[in-house]
Design a protein. Structure first.
Length: 221
């Protein structure tokens, strides 16, 4: 089923059998108080408004049989995959690996590192645990997409200018068409969200296309 998805800078033809919905890092560590995001000094409530539109897309994608992938940023409990430059930077209230109210910060298997209940993965939906910001670095995402013949990614999640942007850039260089629904991502810095989206769609869509949940749902129907 190929449909035309309304987007900027131009509509994108989408073959839904060759499309994946990629939901980036909708983890308690970024969205709830007491996690990594708040430890960096951020107001985590700013990310909450992305949950409802992502949920709408997720439910429709599941219903339509579109391939759904979730990612989580996080590290091994022994921190062997966490670069010192990442662990030691800045002056967070809790460093990666320290124990907070949702368990150890950004550590795989801890409650805070898991995905928020509203968007929890269903059995059969791959969850990519990634040590970096981009979902392609040090993960098996690329072969997973290649084996399924995926050409287009609908990329949602947090934060717009960090993990969503890095993933879109990595995907663009690997040949994927990336569409970012603007209301399905969010940032601790509203101005970075706006600029991040502008950077994707500038210059004829230098990294991809920007749409919104309403237009993606219309194209899915
Ligand atoms: N701090 C911030 O904005 N983001 C991250 O550290 N990771 C993600 O964006 N997932």
């Amino acid at each position: 089923m190929v449909t035309l998805l309304a987007a900027e800078p131009e509509a994108v033809p989408v073959n839904w059998e060759r499309t994946a919905l990629v939901i980036i890092d909708m983890q308690r560590d970024f969205l709830e108080p007491g996690g990594f995001g708040e430890s960096l000094g951020n107001d985590v409530s700013l990310l909450a408004k992305a949950v409802k539109p992502i949920k709408a897309l997720l439910e429709r994608a599941r219903h339509k049989g579109v391939f759904v992938i979730h990612t989580r940023e996080g590290h091994r409990p022994d921190l062997s995959d966490a670069p010192r430059a990442k662990v030691e930077r800045g002056a967070p209230s809790l460093r990666i690996g320290a124990t907070g109210p949702m368990g150890r910060i950004l550590i795989r298997g801890e409650p805070g590192q898991d995905i928020i209940p509203e968007l929890y993965p269903k059995d059969g939906e791959p969850v990519i645990d990634k040590p970096g910001k981009g979902a392609f670095f040090a993960t098996d995402l690329h072969p997973m997409l290649v084996y399924r013949g995926i050409e287009t990614l609908i990329v949602c999640g947090v934060t717009t200018e960090v993990c969503v942007h890095t993933t879109v850039r990595e995907a663009n260089d690997r040949g994927y068409r990336c569409v970012v629904p603007s209301d399905c991502c969010g940032s601790y810095f509203p101005e970075f969200h706006e600029m991040g989206l502008k950077m994707i769609k500038a210059q004829g869509g230098i990294f991809g296309w920007v749409s919104d949940s309403k237009r993606v749902l219309e194209a899915l129907d």
